[in-house]
Design a binder for this molecule. Structure first.
Ligand code: CO
Length: 285
């Protein structure tokens, strides 16, 4: 099996979003820093409430999916459809904006650590105007597999195989066939896994350093950086001399034209102008 090499490193940059939430953005910091169909990845991680307390008050989206995954802390999600859901440590929210959603995500704590990720995944043209859909995934709905040699993997979307046993995440059947895995490794621990050959793939190291790729040709990925993987049939990732945590993300590329204007991601300028007009005239959702 061809082992995927680490092809490109996207260093995260400090920025803020929502009403002033401090975060680190790797994918999505520029048009070039993207991996079709992944548009953006933000990590928010702080013990200081000033960094997160303002939250993400109501805002719109059209044309893609947002996935929020929490490691620590507590947020409340609400949207125009009347959905309301708690985001708890180890839980996730998979929100398909489709033709339009207006939602908010607000911290439910005034102190302590808030840590998690928001990922944006593009939708194919055929699904950009489908009705909005929202799924709350409780921590206990995400299967956790103990890895041979130590460490563990939580599967949010797609599937992995651990010692001959298939572990499938709660999110399946997407057009992009997305794979979303959270892996923790002890010092010097390793993770090997086949990945669909045609999928785009990247790794985000949220803790510790990683060595990615075949043994004779591996490359170092530092904490808080995203590493884009070359084509191949499998991944091989090793922790450095300390414990490591990383997200492994893969999906079928859409290879469609893309135009983004803030929270709207469509296929043409005309569709973006339509989204802006729809939002202004309360016809987005
Ligand atoms: Co949002």
């Amino acid at each position: 099996m061809t082992i995927r090499r680490l092809q490109q490193i996207i260093r995260s940059v400090a920025t803020s979003d929502g009403a002033g939430v401090s975060l680190r953005r790797s994918l999505g910091q520029s048009q070039a820093a993207r991996v079709d169909p992944f548009l953006m990845l933000d990590e928010f991680s702080s013990d200081d409430p000033d960094d997160y307390i303002a939250g993400f008050p109501p805002h719109p989206h059209r044309g893609f999916e947002t996935v929020t995954y929490m490691l620590d802390g507590h947020m409340l999600h609400e949207d125009h459809l009347g959905n309301r859901g708690d985001l708890l440590p180890g839980g996730a929210q998979w929100m398909t904006a489709g033709r339009g959603i207006i939602h908010s995500e607000m911290p439910q704590q005034e102190s302590g650590r808030m840590r998690g990720f928001q990922l944006w995944i593009n939708l194919p043209a055929a699904e950009k105007m489908k009705p909005a859909h929202y799924r709350d995934i409780r921590p206990d709905e995400i299967p956790q597999a103990v890895l041979p040699g130590g460490g563990e993997a939580r599967v949010i979307a797609g599937r992995i195989v651990v010692e001959g046993r298939e572990v499938a995440g709660p999110v399946q059947g997407l057009a992009t066939e997305a794979v979303y895995i959270d892996v923790r490794l002890p010092a010097d621990g390793s993770f090997s896994q086949p990945l669909p050959e045609g999928h785009s793939a990247f790794v985000y190291a949220y803790e510790g350093n990683l060595d990615i790729g075949p043994g004779d040709d591996s490359r170092r990925l530092a904490a808080q950086d995203a590493g884009v993987l070359a084509a191949g049939e499998s991944v091989q990732i090793r922790a450095g001399d300390g414990p490591a945590g990383f997200l492994l993300l893969a999906a079928r590329p859409l290879r469609e034209p893309m135009v983004q204007y803030g929270p709207f991601v469509m296929n043409s300028r005309e569709e973006i102008e339509q989204a802006i007009a729809d939002y202004r005239e309360n016809r987005l959702v």
